[in-house]
Design a protein around this ligand. Sequence first.
Ligand code: PA5
Length: 446
Amino acid sequence: MKNISLNIDKVTGFVTKEQIVAFKPQVEAAQKALEEGTLPGNDFLGWLHLPSSITKEFINELKSAADTLRQHCEVVVVAGIGGSYLGARAVIEALSNNFAALLESNGPRIVFAGHNISEDYLSELTAYLKGKKFGVINISKSGTTTETALAFRLLKKQCEEQWGKEMASKVIVAITDAVKGAARVTADKEGYKSFIIPDNVGGRFSVLTPVGLLPIAVAGYDIEALVNGALQMEKDCSPAVPFEENIAAVYAATRNALYASGKKIEILVNYQPKLHFTSEWWKQLYGESEGKDQKGIFPASVDFSTDLHSMGQWIQEGERTIFETVLSVETTNSSLLVPSDEENLDGLNFLAGKHVDEVNKMAELGTQLAHVDGGVPNIRISIPVLNEYYIGQLIYFFEIACGISGYVLGVNPFNQPGVEAYKKNMFALLDKPGYEEESKAIRARL
Ligand code: PA5
């Protein structure tokens, strides 16, 4: 069976093969440090061998909890933010029909909340859920994240009002810490089914825990195939695999070589709208892992060909500090030919009889050549087809490459000290108990 693959041919006009291979010792040292847990962040390496440690029994437990929600609910709200939300959304959107919301589906519609504090968003969600049989998956490792806790407070109340307290407790599932945090306290008190986020798995590396797997199973996708795909990459990107054959090692070395040569921004490109949230997940994974100590490649993303009509100019001719990593899907899941038209008023008969995907592929190839000509190095990751197995491969590939890349860069890829700064100010401004000093200090600055 084919695997996802990496092509760096269109990078070597910008950095040489030797410049990339020069990172081999650092990449190998980073992989050894990950395996042996010898560098800072070693208390957050639980994701490293997750695929090979997930048991059939655990998959079945997740499927059974998913079945309960699928059986009773027409809508399931997944409440979470950052690492407690993006992985599930990325996978569900990558696998779903683009117009799923308009189609009759054989399972609940999945909607997301707890990832913003917009009054409009929450009121509109409340209105949408009115009278509907809905369930909630409340996901928060800390159990205290404001965005998620606030949404959950509203959802819990509405769920209890619409279902009654007893039934509500059957359609609310918590995914949180084993002992700490308000989400755990509530789940235990109300008797919700709950799953644990392992202590040693950080949010952005948690998609292969119940954080991602339960919502994906509720959406009706095959989580076993997803884990099997990840497992294939766990084997193929292990330290035992020689550098040249290890796509995660080569990707980590290539992006570090590009960064050292002045390419400070990596743009993840897709040509399939359903991969939009894969890019959002990837941006958090790399941004939160590498952007620290005044260092790090800035992760950006575009959806092509759509954004060729908005960002294309910048990419072609703007400051030459960027490189692109393209997610290229080899085969589509559907088949649609461009029809012939007798009048040919639009002049498109030269495309008649071709698959729409062939047109898309030529846009992709033409863009790659134009951007390389314009001074933008181009990495390509080929995905045979969008299904659970290959998305599982992609997830693990990006995770392991991120761990390696961060250590090569010289940062701790597994912490996120910078995300606390806004929270402290927000709590001070909202007069949260315990923030009296900060409150005085911040008000003096206004
Ligand atoms: O990756 C991370 O650590 C963050 O994005 C968290 O997942 C996010 O802030 C949500 O945190 P929590 O799961 O504690 O609510």
